[in-house]
Write a protein that binds this ligand. Structure first.
Ligand code: FAD
Length: 431
């Protein structure tokens, strides 16, 4: 018979990761408080039409706008694959509901609200409570938070960090540029010529529809692919930017130049844990959060400090669900961890594999190619079934479809059979 030892756990953030962590921790018998600096659950999916006053994110005292969603955003994953394993993301009827397979962002927020209601998670969340400091004192975690400007110090057995990683901008260093970072509408670009540096989430076609010219600078561009983009009258592909000047001149590495009104950085975000005071037991170095055993536990502080949702290029909700189950089980003693030396050796071996494959440090948490292997490892640790075959195949089919039909993959697909298999599974899940 397993001895379950409940812990008093602070979860930082009430986005998808914090919600599923809270659910899994409570299910395992732990007592949970979720700190949320905003006034709603949903994190990234709480759309905010305002943009930050300091688009470079340099001023630490700036007012932070957490979500980087733009108005027209639709999911880039089909809802069947995107949802939690134990709470399928199925279409629902209702005035505010979006039944599409790749719905708009509002539908994802509705789904997370449904999840919160279904499992009664709202009562665990302290809204308007920002965590300012997390430090170890006498073997316990002292958590300092502020609500309405009032500081509050409390003691917890364990802390689970779920603060998201799409808020702190990672900016390309270009001397003397003019730029806009946070965008909400493609219309923000009316009649301007635009430069973009590396493509990531933003739908460039939204901008191209209204801007005069769009010039895309990309690291991956080879000589043969430069020039006007096929099918677009006002989009050009270039090599990386060499320099930008006050008069708007932008010079590319191949020596060509154009005149731009705006430089848009699509260079991603940085992991950021300003509240962590743990004497370098875990640090962020060139966007590597480490050392972390299997992307979750810092060996020196395991299992009482953990991180949910760091991996990227993945299907985040089910991955966070499995990480949360693992943390909950480890904290109660139902699931065991290796010794801290063994965990450290595992991390070092992982870093050596990355080095040997020429993968840069800032790709440490890009586990896209091995995400299902990773999920299945977590599932085995937790004693639950591996990822559904249909989910793996659907992810792969969607990736292929996105390449073949970049403009229309959200509305045209060929994986109906997988959709049917998913729904069969969902029916079994609810029966
Ligand atoms: P977040 O959603 O960022 O939540 C973190 C929470 O922590 C926030 O509520 C924040 O207020 C709170 N917080 C932060 N710091 C503190 C603090 N100090 N104290 C208290 N609270 C704090 N995923 C998909 O599955 N499908 C998609 O189509 C998809 N599209 C995306 C498009 C964009 C533009 C972006 C940015 C992301 C997209 N994602 C998508 C990934 C998305 O990030 C995840 O789906 C998921 O929302 C991550 O949840 P999270 O809880 O880790 O972080």
């Amino acid at each position: 018979m397993t001895t379950v030892l409940p812990k008093y756990v602070a979860v930082i953030g009430a986005g998808a990761a914090g919600l599923v962590a809270a659910h899994e921790l409570r299910r395992e018998g732990h007592e949970v408080v979720v700190f949320e600096r905003g006034n709603k659950v949903g994190g990234t999916w709480v759309y905010n039409p305002t943009t930050e006053s300091d688009p470079l994110g340099i001023d630490p005292a700036r007012t932070v706008v957490h979500s980087s969603l733009y108005a027209s955003l639709r999911t880039n994953l089909p809802r069947e694959a995107m949802g939690f394993r134990e709470y399928p993301f199925v279409a629902k009827n209702g005035a505010h509901r979006d039944p599409r397979r790749f719905p708009g962002h509002g539908e994802v927020l509705e789904y997370l609200n449904d999840y919160t209601t279904e499992f009664g998670l709202g009562e665990l969340v302290r809204f308007g409570a920002e965590v300012r400091r997390v430090g170890l004192e006498g073997g316990k975690w002292k958590v300092r938070s502020t609500a309405c400007g009032e500081p509050l110090d409390e003691v917890y057995d364990a802390v689970v960090v779920c603060n998201g990683h799409h808020t702190e901008p990672r900016i390309a260093e270009i001397p003397g540029n003019i730029l806009i970072y946070a965008l909400r509408h493609g219309q923000d670009f009316k009649s301007t010529a635009t430069i973009t540096v590396f493509l990531s989430h933003f739908e460039i076609k939204d901008i191209a529809g209204v801007a005069k010219e769009v010039h895309i600078a990309s690291r991956s561009v080879t000589d043969g692919t430069m020039g006007k983009l096929p099918g677009h009258d006002n989009m050009w592909l270039h090599s990386m930017i060499e320099s930008a000047h006050g008069d708007g001149t932008v010079v590319f590495r191949d020596g060509s130049a154009i005149c731009a009104d705006v430089i848009l950085h699509c260079t991603g975000y940085k992991y950021h844990f300003a509240f962590l005071d743990v004497n370098d037991s875990v640090t962020v170095d060139d966007n590597r959060v480490g050392p972390l055993y299997k992307q979750v536990f810092p060996p020196l502080l395991a299992p009482l400090l953990s991180f949910v949702g760091l991996p990227w290029k993945v299907v985040p909700f089910p991955l966070c669900e499995l990480q949360s189950k693992w943390i909950a089980g480890v904290l109660s003693g139902r699931v065991s961890l290796p010794s801290s030396d063994e965990m450290m050796a595992d991390v070092e071996a992982f870093y050596r594999t990355l080095d040997a494959s020429g993968i840069p440090k800032h790709y440490t948490h890009n586990i896209g190619d091995s995400q299902f292997e990773y999920n299945d490892w977590l599932a085995t640790e937790c004693g639950c079934p591996p990822s559904e075959e249909w989910r793996k195949q659907m992810y792969s089919e969607t990736s292929k479809n996105r390449k073949v039909r970049p403009e229309t993959y959200r509305d045209e697909w060929d994986d109906e059979l997988l959709v049917a298999q998913a729904h069969e599974d969902f029916a079994n899940c609810s029966s």
